[in-house]
Design a protein around this ligand. Structure first.
Ligand code: NAD
Length: 249
């Protein structure tokens, strides 16, 4: 199977570290030009440099996905530099780890704003361009938490369930324009975000996985690149769990 993405332009939010970084590198490996966006400009620039050094083509952009004006400016910059956007990956995300009873409205706002409304902001900013070109792929990083719910990740679970439903509904609107919309639901992946949440519980968590290891960012990147390729052109509105068999929902 050829996933060759030469000639395509991929925009990845939260691309400066963890899963987003692996996704950016994977697209570059398949020949796509890559826009690495992150609210942290230094890490985004590092990832773009890494890609340019191995002979790929990348730019970095500072953008907070919760800020509509920054998101519009991000999309304009990609269009100015690369002329088109074929692929949007909504990866930027965050999570706090508290029991719901101890959480505050401020905590909930962050989870919903970054994980759900951030993805909507970015999709909204690219969708007309994709409709005009009758081509596009939107892949959003949801979570198994959005399918089965996780304690101490209650509003995060709600936000990720929102991403899954948003992707399905948008897929129904956009399929007629040649646009595929899917989400990927990772289990626990070894990234700064997850390792910070897990603390000393890694061995215990690994036992709940049929495949006895945590995921690697590249496990998610492989699924995202596949869904963003024309090899997956008949797949839309799906949420693909990449979770070592943790949940089979
Ligand atoms: N790591 C896991 O186990 C796991 C599991 C399920 C889902 N996910 C999801 O995968 C995605 C990536 O997670 P990760 O583990 O790589 O996290 P991470 O914290 O290691 O990286 C997240 C990146 O997103 C950026 N970011 C955060 N808020 C942003 C904002 N408002 N605007 C722009 N950029 C922002 C950060 O600067 C960082 O570079 C997230 O959506 C997360 O919810 C992760």
């Amino acid at each position: 199977m050829e996933l060759n993405l030469r000639g395509k332009v991929a925009l990845i939010t939260g691309g400066g570290q963890g899963i987003g970084r692996a996704i950016a590198l994977a697209f570059a490996n398949e020949g796509a030009r890559v826009a690495v966006a992150d609210k942290n400009p230094a890490t985004a620039a590092d990832v773009a440099d890494e890609i340019n050094q191995f002979g790929g083509e990348a730019i970095s952009i500072q953008a907070d996905v919760t800020d509509e004006a920054q998101v519009r400016a991000m999309v304009d910059k990609v269009l100015t530099e690369f002329g088109q956007i074929d692929i949007l990956v909504n990866n930027a995300g965050t999570a706090f780890h508290k029991f719901f009873a101890q959480s505050t409205r401020k905590d909930w706002d962050i989870d919903i704003n970054v994980n759900l409304l951030g993805a909507m902001n970015c999709a909204s900013a690219v969708v007309q361009h994709m409709i005009d070109r009758r081509y596009g792929k939107i892949v959003s990083i949801a979570s198994d938490a959005g399918k089965i719910g996780e304690a101490r990740l209650v509003t995060y679970s709600a936000a990720k369930a929102g991403i899954i439903a948003f992707s399905k509904a948008l897929a129904k609107e956009l399929g007629r324009y040649g646009i595929n919309v899917n989400s990927v639901s990772p289990g626990t992946i070894e990234t700064p975000l997850a390792m910070g949440l897990l603390g000393d519980n890694v061995d215990q968590v690994v036992k709940s996985y049929a495949i006895r290891r945590l995921g690697k960012p590249e496990d998610i990147a492989n699924a995202v690149v596949f869904l963003a390729s024309d090899a997956a052109s008949f797949i839309t509105g799906q949420s693909l769990s990449v979770n070592g068999g943790y949940s089979m929902a």
